[in-house]
Design a protein around this ligand. Structure first.
Ligand code: 13P
Ligand code: SF4
Length: 364
């Protein structure tokens, strides 16, 4: 989505000035405002967040503040859309920078998913197919899933959501992250080699034969996260040599081999809790976005906390929520101007809500 450049008065402000004006705007808006911050946001944003969390927690937090008029979502577009779907008609969800998307979510669109759905059904005969979309997807894909008896999942609850889907039908069509899909299937005991195929939206039949689709339990969309693809087995081996006794903890958007080579894997909230609950002196090598890892290291200096990737690995789209954008958003609200509202069209919203509520019920 296109984001207008910030007005000149918001360029080149010092961080101190941004902070004090942000605090003043928050105070002026009082209980009308709730700010949600995803764990990948920079510290200067997290400092002003009323709630911080992973995608699952923030979706629940958004649904749990019915009295807030403005929900400013410091995260990426699909998160703000989910919040809009889960909140009441009088609540306004705002994304401070409309250019904050998710490159993985953009790897699947409705046209492609509908085409895949049709092609798969042409070869699976009487077998039933249940769609599961990762929350990192556009609202119209969540609506597709709601309409076709499936569910949304997050990295927190993917095994529960997928196990539920397999009780509803014979096969799971999982999009857009092949890695979360594969890791989840493997956690549930399915063989990635013989029971999973990858669907490439740019090839006929996704690049598969009818027989391989008939044999598969999981059809995994060929999508990935560019941040989590950077983590490797070599990095894990090096961390274990450099820091004997270190525990390796990665996000399940990493490749299967990386997840298998790690000690633990889980959502960003899981990562936060695992590190926070570990005793002083613990050593952690973490495979996820750098803002979260750096913050954990800063907040818990009694532990050794390093990022698996020695190069900086930020999520460039999360990073687009610059503190100046947050300030601009809030000062506009104080002045009575609603900017950057995220509105999911009504006809998409109803089915998307079915899919999100299914997740919240199944995975409660
Ligand atoms: P979490 O739900 O674990 O925060 O993951 C969201 C995400 O986009 C990770 O890349
Ligand atoms: Fe999307 Fe990856 Fe960024 Fe998460 S880290 S928001 S999956 S691009």
């Amino acid at each position: 989505m296109y984001q207008e450049p910030l007005p000149a008065e918001y360029i080149n402000l010092s961080q101190e000035e941004i902070d004090s004006r942000t605090r003043a705007a928050k105070k002026a808006l009082g209980s009308r405002l709730v700010i949600l911050g995803h764990h990948y946001q920079r510290d200067e944003i997290i400092a002003h967040a009323d709630f911080r969390g992973d995608s699952y927690k923030l979706a629940k937090d958004a649904a749990a503040v019915p009295d807030a008029e403005f929900i400013v979502f410091c995260g990426v577009h699909f998160m703000a859309e989910s919040a809009d779907i889960l909140t009441g008609p009088n609540q306004k969800v705002i994304l401070p920078n409309l250019a904050a998307g998710c490159s993985m979510a953009d790897m699947a669109n409705l046209f492609q998913v509908r085409s895949a759905w049709k092609q798969i059904h042409e070869v699976i005969g009487q077998s039933t197919l249940v769609p599961v979309t990762y929350i990192n997807s556009a609202a119209n894909l969540k609506a597709f899933v709601g309409e076709h008896g499936g569910t949304v999942c997050t990295s927190t609850n993917a095994p529960t959501a997928v196990a539920w889907a397999l009780e509803q039908g014979d096969k799971v069509f999982f999009f857009p992250d092949q890695h979360l899909g594969r890791n989840t299937g493997a956690k549930l005991g399915y063989d990635p080699e013989t029971e999973m195929v990858v669907w490439d939206p740019f090839k006929p039949l996704g690049g598969n034969t009818p027989e391989s689709i008939q044999a598969a339990k999981f059809i995994l969309w060929k999508g990935h996260c560019s941040v989590h693809k950077r983590f490797t087995i070599e990095q894990i081996e090096k961390a274990r040599v450099d820091y004997p006794g270190i525990q390796v903890l990665v996000h399940p958007e990493c490749e299967l081999e990386v997840v298998n080579a790690a000690d633990l894997n889980g959502s960003t909230e899981f990562i936060l809790k695992a590190v926070t609950n570990s005793p002083a002196g613990s050593k952690w090598a973490i495979g996820t976005e750098i803002n979260l890892v750096s913050r954990l290291a800063k907040e818990q200096p009694d532990k050794t906390i390093i990022c698996l990737d020695p190069e900086i690995c930020p999520c460039s789209t999360m990073y687009r929520i610059h503190p100046s954008f947050l300030l601009w958003t809030l000062e506009n609200l104080v002045a009575g101007n609603l900017v950057n509202q995220i509105v999911v069209p009504e006809k998409i919203r109803a089915d998307a809500l079915v899919a999100l509520q299914r997740m919240l019920t199944v995975c409660a």
